[in-house]
Write a protein that binds this ligand. Structure first.
Ligand SMILES: NC(=O)c1ccc[n+]([C@@H]2O[C@H](COP(=O)([O-])OP(=O)(O)OC[C@H]3O[C@@H](n4cnc5c(N)ncnc54)[C@H](OP(=O)(O)O)[C@@H]3O)[C@@H](O)[C@H]2O)c1
Length: 246
């Protein structure tokens, strides 16, 4: 065991969170309380601080596409990703903001909401074939729709379709149900976890909400940053493109 001694050296966050130079790569960004809660009063916002918000935005700026579950879109009232200040240098010729790719089976989404009507890059909907035909038609009018799987989204096929469209740097913002699906399918390359200095009790969901994983991924610590009493942990799949060499 060794001490991770705090230093006052400035941290270049864009450099510390750079995607691997080549290949497709799926990163998730999540926050949890000290006792493992992924939500406070039904949302994740009550867990964060200003630095967590800055990191949330930076990770969006670095991404080609942002994958999110419909539960989170509804709970958090998601709008489209809007270009932020200083993003130009980070986007490197890509569209000014990445599109959202929303995972939904029921397609119980408000297709007249800004998340569809005001998106700088057309919103994508990832859904299995079981989707209601009328809602599917509505979705196709307002979004690019990718159908993958029968009753349940085939996460591997859906991510493959995103890759085929040139979205190599993928970011998942949760929530816990779709993160569980992505990890179970062996698609997660990296977990960025903010540890919030709160103890909440109760029975909130954890950052993964799904059945036990038959093959838990082996994660390696890339870095641990600190702001105030928050920790910002970056873990990458051991042996993967961003993992530290042993
Ligand atoms: N701590 C964090 O970092 C964090 C991050 C994000 C969200 N959250 C919190 O998590 C909560 C929401 O969690 P959640 O698990 O309900 O939301 P979620 O994972 O964002 O979305 C769940 C929804 O995704 C769709 N879905 C999931 N698996 C699917 C599959 N196999 N096939 C097709 N569709 C599938 C379904 O949408 P339909 O119902 O539309 O079919 C399902 O209801 C909120 O409280 C939010 O604030 C926390």
């Amino acid at each position: 065991m060794r001490n991770l001694a705090p230093t006052d050296l400035p941290v270049d966050l864009a450099e510390r969170y750079a995607y691997p130079a080549q290949g497709s790569y799926l990163r998730a960004n999540m926050i949890a309380s000290l006792d493992g809660a992924a939500q406070r009063d039904g949302r994740s916002g009550g867990l964060g601080n200003a630095s967590d918000r800055s990191l949330f935005l930076l990770l969006r700026a670095l991404a080609d596409v942002v994958i999110v579950g419909a539960g989170t879109v509804r709970a958090e009232g998601y709008g489209p990703v809007r270009p932020g200040e200083g993003w130009d240098g980070l986007r490197g010729g890509r569209p000014p903001a990445p599109p959202l790719a929303i995972v939904s089976r029921t397609l119980d989404l408000d297709f007249d909401a800004p998340v569809f009507t005001e998106a700088a890059a057309r919103t994508i909907v990832l859904t299995p074939a079981v989707a209601d035909p009328a809602r599917l038609r509505m979705a196709r009018e307002r979004a690019e729709v990718i159908v993958a799987g029968d009753v349940s989204l085939d996460f591997s096929a859906a991510v493959g379709e995103l890759e085929a469209r040139g979205f190599a740097r993928m970011l998942c913002e949760g929530g816990p149900a779709i993160l569980a699906g992505l990890v179970e399918a062996g698609l997660l390359d990296e977990l960025c976890l903010t540890l919030s200095p709160q103890i909440l009790g109760g029975r909130p969901t954890r950052i993964l909400n799904g059945p036990p994983l038959p093959v838990p991924p082996d994660m390696a610590l890339v870095h641990a940053l600190q702001d105030d009493d928050f920790l910002f942990l970056r873990y990458a799949l051991r042996g993967g493109a961003a993992a530290p060499s042993r």
